[in-house]
Design a protein around this ligand. Structure first.
Ligand code: OKP
Ligand code: ZN
Length: 365
């Protein structure tokens, strides 16, 4: 087959969000999810002939697409939080919650949340402290979703011409921890979920049922947000490989299998700390057979490379070579595939690891 370059969608606005620090294991450290992450990936992919950079489609309505996944209240909050916070004396650096409505603190949040003081309101929409909202955050999260949407549109438009089509959405901030009205784990909007719903909205329905989509999440961490969003939906299969004893700690077990009509359409593969290439590739092959049984029309990959041996917050032992094999294994499913960037924090190798996986998929590793 002719070696056409893989399309890479990106947006400069994805680098704007840049909180100065976070608290990691009790230590105040520079924010790990930095704009340099995607600068490094771009730098590597630019140096390869097999990638072609494409800007986003400005005509896509990102907000309406995000509203298929997230609540109106949450989106409005993300848009206005910084302004209201600073107007009420909050620090100019970023919005960060002071109190969280833990279920042992209160059974429910009473009254009109819009009337809560901005300092209090911040606690309603996050499950950890890793999502500071700066003056630039909203622009970046909308741009990030726009990148995923533009790439998704391209995948659908080209799917008739090429079955083994692969497209890369270079999103940042990442998305797989974000729920329908919840941020956490550096994630604000669920880029992958927004793309999945968009694909279903623009692709022709077969027998009036929604187009089957599968999501394969290979980030080191469990994608609790993606799981939550599709938990009762049989049309979107969620399959995740992740560390069993790590962040976000309270989700990702094998017995989380979906609910109601969605039962059986959520499949978790928790793996032990220290997992190396051969154990990882065996689990991946089980995950891919589950995906094939679902007979999806499209595959979306939540692509994290924090499974790399040198990653500062991961404990797996994958090598750059392993990523080429992962790409090859995914290509064997042989359906149009949208790769969406998630985590990966070892800057020296992040570009090479992402690029090697994508080249493995394209068959020119
Ligand atoms: C995001 B992704 C707590 C910080 C905990 C968050 C890790 C998020 C990983 N303040 N660390 O899945 O790569
Ligand atoms: Zn991760």
């Amino acid at each position: 087959r002719l070696a056409a370059a893989m399309k890479v969608f990106s947006s400069d606005a994805c680098t704007k969000h840049n909180p100065p620090h976070e608290i990691l294991s009790g230590r105040l450290v520079p924010y790990l999810e930095s704009p340099d992450r995607i600068r490094k990936i771009k730098q590597y992919l630019y140096g390869q002939e097999t990638f072609e950079f494409v800007p986003v489609n400005p005509d896509i309505d990102v907000i309406s697409s995000a509203l298929r996944v997230h609540t109106k209240e949450y989106l409005k909050y993300l848009e206005t939080a910084y302004e209201k916070w600073t107007a009420n004396g909050g620090d100019k650096t970023a919005v960060l919650p002071e109190a969280l409505p833990h279920f042992k603190l209160c059974r429910e949040v009473h009254g009109d949340v819009e009337k809560l003081p901005p300092i209090a309101r911040a606690g309603l929409y996050c499950f950890d402290l890793s999502c500071p909202i700066t003056d630039d955050t909203y622009d970046s999260v909308i741009a990030s979703a726009g990148v995923a949407l533009s790439a998704a549109e391209y995948v659908v438009s080209q799917s008739a011409n090429e079955s083994q089509l692969g497209v890369f959405a270079l999103t940042r901030p990442p998305g797989h921890h974000a729920g329908s009205s919840l941020c956490g784990g550096y994630c604000f909007l669920s880029n992958v979920a927004i793309a999945a719903r968009f694909i279903q909205s623009i692709s022709p329905k077969i027998d009036s049922s929604p187009t089957r989509v599968a999501i394969l999440d290979i980030d080191f961490h469990h994608g609790n947000g993606t799981q939550e969003i599709f938990y009762e939906d049989p049309s979107v299969l969620y399959v995740s490989l992740h560390a069993d004893d790590d962040y976000p700690y309270f989700t990702g077990s094998r017995d989380e299998r979906g609910n109601l009509e969605g039962e059986g359409f959520n499949i978790n593969f928790p793996l032990p700390s220290g997992t190396g290439p051969s154990e990882y590739l065996s689990a991946l092959s089980l995950a891919l057979s589950e995906i094939e049984s679902h007979r999806p029309v499209y595959l979306i990959v939540s692509l994290g490379v924090d499974t790399y041996c040198e990653d500062p917050i991961g404990t797996f032992k994958l090598s750059t070579t392993t990523y080429g094999l992962i790409g090859e294994a995914i290509a064997k499913v042989n359906i149009p595939t949208l790769f969406v960037m998630e985590g990966g924090y070892y800057l020296e190798s992040i570009g090479q690891n992402v690029g090697t996986l994508l080249k493995g998929f394209e068959g020119h590793s």
